[in-house]
Design a protein around this ligand. Structure first.
Ligand code: GTR
Length: 419
């Protein structure tokens, strides 16, 4: 994805100079002052859980809607149809279902949900996440329906229709068999079913289906791709609540990179998600925006103008004036468990900034009576922290690996397993 972004920037001719200019020098990060999550806009301190819940949390949520991800409209009722169901997928390890979910009536794009459940089990906890290439990419299982939605053409190709060669291409990022073996279900939807990830994707997204009569465009506050993807995750959870084989009170929402930004925003807004995982989400995700390290607000808004709302662009060169920073996004998830995963070679995502955001959310978790983020120091490579705010940094690149999943499972076993 990284390489695509740089290629895209060159192709679009919109300021290639910004990418090589990115700062990777800790000495040049500069000083910054983070907004206090435990201070109301009026200036009054938040001293108890009730004030957090009733006043400060809604205040922060609104700031995020107004200035970063945009306002999500009131949810419409889903309609759904189970289109296939087998009991013996993956060599007998799992039951598999495919479900079409209409999130905004039958005229709007529908999402195709793929669900695996450990064979013979009911009321199972589930890991739910969006995928980048179509459901068929998460496992080589030939029974998965290949997405019919637009997909980004592979290198040296113009083919925007996925074919059988993409089956299982992201299997290492999903570790389906391992997750099932630990007693969890796996649920996924292709993000392009909700908003095709192109600068001009809005017309084919669910967003116009929420316009009021006569409306033809979004306002500066309105949602955009990340908001729409997060909305899709909540509607997938609506379906999981109706499926008797799933324990919808134990659904972990996860995502990698731009979809990690999305899982955080989904978890922040929708308190039904029991646990939230961000993998290498970086700028606009878990990383502090005020730290000038790796990707910046200006860069992300320039290359991906369709991800955040239009007001966010006003902060391109004024990050210090943002009324929020990303520790407050994590705080919105409190007191639910949240896990932040970084990768050492993913400096673009600012691993340290991701840890510091978790740390700055800690006081909110503590106010709500949990252990927050254990430990004061940024942990070394492969030293996962499993407190209510969890964190690890692993060796290697921007990716989701077997190691990441081992930690996600351990974290879920600890915080979501017990009833
Ligand atoms: C990059 C983008 C990152 C991250 C990544 C991805 O190009 O700059 O913020 O979201 O894409 O989603 O893979």
């Amino acid at each position: 994805m990284r390489y695509f972004a740089i290629g895209f920037l060159a192709a679009a001719g919109c300021g290639l100079a910004q990418a090589p200019g990115a700062n990777y020098d800790e000495a040049k990060v500069g000083t910054y002052h983070l907004p206090d999550p435990l201070k109301l806009q009026s200036g009054a301190p938040v001293k108890d859980a009730a004030t957090w819940k009733v006043k400060r949390r809604p205040e922060i949520l609104k700031l995020y809607e107004d200035t970063v991800y945009g306002r999500t409209p009131a949810p419409k009722k889903i309609e759904y149809e189970v289109t296939s169901q087998v009991k013996n997928a993956l060599g007998g390890q799992a039951a598999r279902k495919e479900v079409t979910i209409w999130v905004a009536g039958r005229k709007a794009p529908a999402m195709q949900l793929l669900l695996y459940l450990p064979a013979g089990k009911t009321r199972v906890p589930v890991f739910l996440g969006l995928n980048f290439g179509g459901n068929q990419t998460i496992n080589a299982d030939p029974g998965i329906t290949i997405t019919k939605s637009w997909v980004r053409p592979p290198r040296h190709s113009n083919n925007t229709k996925a074919d059988a060669s993409s089956r299982g291409s992201a299997a290492s990022r999903w570790q389906v068999e391992t997750v099932l073996a630990h007693g969890y279900g796996v649920a996924t939807v292709y993000y392009g079913d909700i908003f095709p990830d192109r600068t001009d994707g809005i017309g084919d997204s669910i967003i116009p289906h929420f316009y009021k009569p006569g409306q033809t465009a979004r306002s500066a506050e309105d949602w955009n791709a990340i908001g729409a993807w997060a909305y899709g995750l909540s509607r997938a959870l609506d379906y999981l609540e109706k499926d008797p084989d799933v324990d919808a009170k134990r659904v972990a929402v996860h995502g990698h990179s731009r979809l990690g930004k999305t899982s955080l925003w989904a978890g922040a807004q929708d308190e039904r998600f029991a646990l939230v995982i961000s993998n290498d989400s970086g700028e606009g995700g878990a990383a502090l925006s005020r730290r000038n390290f790796g990707e910046t607000v200006e860069r992300i808004n320039t290359v991906f103008p369709h991800w955040f709302n239009d007001n966010y662009k006003k902060y391109n060169t004024r990050v210090n004036e943002l009324p929020v920073d990303q520790h407050m996004l994590i705080a919105l998830i409190a007191p639910r468990p949240v896990y932040i995963a970084s990768a050492q070679e993913d400096q673009w995502a600012d691993p340290r900034g991701e840890f510091l955001a978790g740390q700055a959310a800690d006081p909110v978790y503590r106010l709500l009576g949990t252990d927050g983020l254990d430990g004061k120091q940024w942990p070394g490579i492969h030293q996962p922290v499993m407190s209510r705010i969890g964190y690890h940094i692993r060796a290697g690149k921007h990716d989701v690996t077997e190691y990441d999943w081992e930690q996600f499972i351990k974290f879920a076993d600890k915080h979501m397993r017990a009833k």
